[in-house]
Design a protein around this ligand. Sequence first.
Ligand code: SPV
Ligand code: MG
Length: 309
Amino acid sequence: MIKDNVRVEENISKGIMPETRRKALKRIIKEEGFIRILEAHNGLTGLIVEKTKIRRDNEVKEFGGMWVSSLCDSTAKGKPDIELVDFTSRTNTINDIMEVTTKPIIVDGDTGGEAEHLKFTVKTLERLGVSAIVIEDKVGLKKNSLFGVDVSQTQASIEEFSNKISLAKKSLITDDFMIIARIESLILEKGMDDALERAKAYIEAGSDGIMIHSRESSGDEIKEFCNKYNKFENRVPLLVVPTTYNHISEKELKDMGVNIVVYANHLLRSAYPAMVKAAESILDNERSFETNDLCMPIKEILTLIPGGE
Ligand code: SPV
Ligand code: MG
């Protein structure tokens, strides 16, 4: 483990070539069966995902890679999560993260846009060294899934979305890059049978992974999906985003057959209240003295990123 850490530190300072990073996600899933992913929306949060480690019972625990969330990338730019932040801007965020990290990256590709455009998008991500794109089976104006049926959202037909998957697959150059199909049936209250039928169809269309999303807080529907999904003969890696059902532990998720767990928004959601608190404190006190305890020391911020001296 320590040896691995030394290697990671060396890698960060040296950097990593796109082909090496791109391959890493598939390799880790194959070798370990499970990977823990955390959201990053800029270079600094990328560094947090890259470097944060804790030691527990002689084991070093860390994140396996990064999720470039549409919600957090948009929110960090002060924009709503409706595919308004265009692909050029999303690519800039990805580049900022890549500049300072070495771990594999999964990009939240929203609906993937037009199938004819997605063919180009996946090629760009593949060339950059991203390991996977997740595309969700919605059409029209996409809204964040956690709104559920409170807002109007339309699911693509199975045929239309399967076609999108196979077109995207055909345009790839390597075997490393994964197209992960995200099923919104449970979010849109279309039922378990619909979710399972779609999982079958999307795998047949060439999907390298399935993401099943749910906003139910008990986690029961995710457990039911996993049970039934695990019986598929041609099962591909399964990704979940336990935001609302976050009482379920990683161990339980592993036992349920989950291969990729994504903590999709926690760095942004934890930073925002801290920043608002500091801003309010300055207004309240007409000086920043009272923020001292809320802030990291000046020396620490100066030395946080090496090379600034
Ligand atoms: C995101 O992080 O942008 C996601 C996951 O798509 S969710 O917000 O839960 O829909
Ligand atoms: Mg998203």
